[in-house]
Design a protein around this ligand. Structure first.
Ligand code: CA
Length: 225
C-alpha cells in the first residue's frame, strides 16, 4: 500500500511517517501544498493524508485540484481547527474522512486501515461530473453546491448514468437496472423520469450533463456528445 503524507510540520510528518512504516506501509512525504499536489498527481497512491494548513496552497486547494484532475486516491484530511465548516468543506471537496489534531497514532492508524478497506471492498461513495456530486450512501445530490431533491427513480437513473459516465445507456438498460423490470417498463415512463431529472440537475446550470443520443439512449458527460 502506497501512502502519501502532506504535512509541513516536520515533527508531525515524521511521527506519522515512522509510525506507518513500522506498520508495513510504503510512505512518501511532501512538506507543502505544491509538492504534495505534484506527488499526488504523479503517483498512484492508495491513500493521501493531507493537512489543511499548509504554506502556499492549502489542503482544500490541493484536494480540489486532485479531484478535478480525476485522481481517485482516498484522502484523509488533518485539521487543527475543530470547526464543522472545515470538515464539511473537506468532505464536499471529496475527502473520504478527516481527523482533528492532535490525535493519537492509534486513531490515525484505525482511520487509515478503514479507508484502505473501503477503497478496495466498496465502490466509490461519491460520484461526480463537473460540479454535480452524488453521495450514494447518503443519497444526497448537489449541483454547484445547491442541494437537489430527487425521487427514488430519478436518483436511480442519475446514479446509473454517472456510473456509466461517457457511455450511452439504453432505455432497456435503465428498465433493467433502475426499474428492475425489463419487460414491463414502458419507455415513456423512463422518458418522463429523465425529463424531470434534467429539469432538476441541468436546467439553469452549465455545462449540460445529460444528453439524448437519438435512437440509442442517454449519455452523461460534461461535454456535448
Ligand atoms: Ca500544517
Amino acid at each position: 500500500m502506497h501512502l502519501l503524507v502532506v504535512e509541513d510540520e516536520i515533527k508531525v510528518a515524521r511521527f506519522i511517517e515512522q509510525g506507518l512504516r513500522e506498520e508495513g506501509f510504503d510512505v512518501a512525504t511532501a512538506a507543502d501544498g505544491e509538492s504534495g499536489l505534484a506527488k499526488a498527481t504523479g503517483g498512484a497512491f492508495d491513500l493521501i493524508i493531507l493537512d489543511v494548513m499548509l504554506p502556499g496552497r492549502d489542503g482544500f486547494s490541493v484536494l480540489r485540484e486532485l479531484r478535478a484532475a480525476g485522481v481517485q486516491s482516498r484522502v484523509l484530511m488533518l485539521t487543527a481547527r475543530d470547526g464543522v465548516g472545515d470538515r464539511v468543506q473537506g468532505l464536499d471537496l471529496g475527502a473520504d474522512d478527516y481527523l482533528v489534531k492532535p490525535f493519537a497514532f492509534a486513531e490515525l492508524l484505525a482511520r487509515v486501515r478503514a479507508l484502505l478497506r473501503r477503497g478496495t471492498a466498496e465502490e466509490a461513495v461519491l460520484l461526480r461530473a463537473a460540479d454535480l456530486q452524488v453521495d450514494l450512501r447518503a443519497r444526497r445530490v448537489t449541483r454547484a453546491g445547491q442541494l437537489v431533491v430527487l425521487s427514488g427513480k430519478e436518483f436511480g437513473v442519475l446514479a446509473h448514468l454517472l456510473r456509466r459516465a461517457g457511455n450511452v445507456v439504453t432505455r432497456a438498460e435503465l428498465a433493467e437496472k433502475v426499474w428492475e423490470d425489463l419487460q414491463n417498463t414502458p419507455s415513456n415512463v423512463i422518458e418522463v423520469t429523465v425529463y424531470h431529472l434534467r429539469e432538476k440537475i441541468d436546467r439553469g446550470f452549465s455545462p449540460t450533463l445529460i444528453h439524448t443520443v437519438r435512437g440509442a439512449g442517454y449519455l452523461l458527460q460534461s461535454s456535448p456528445p
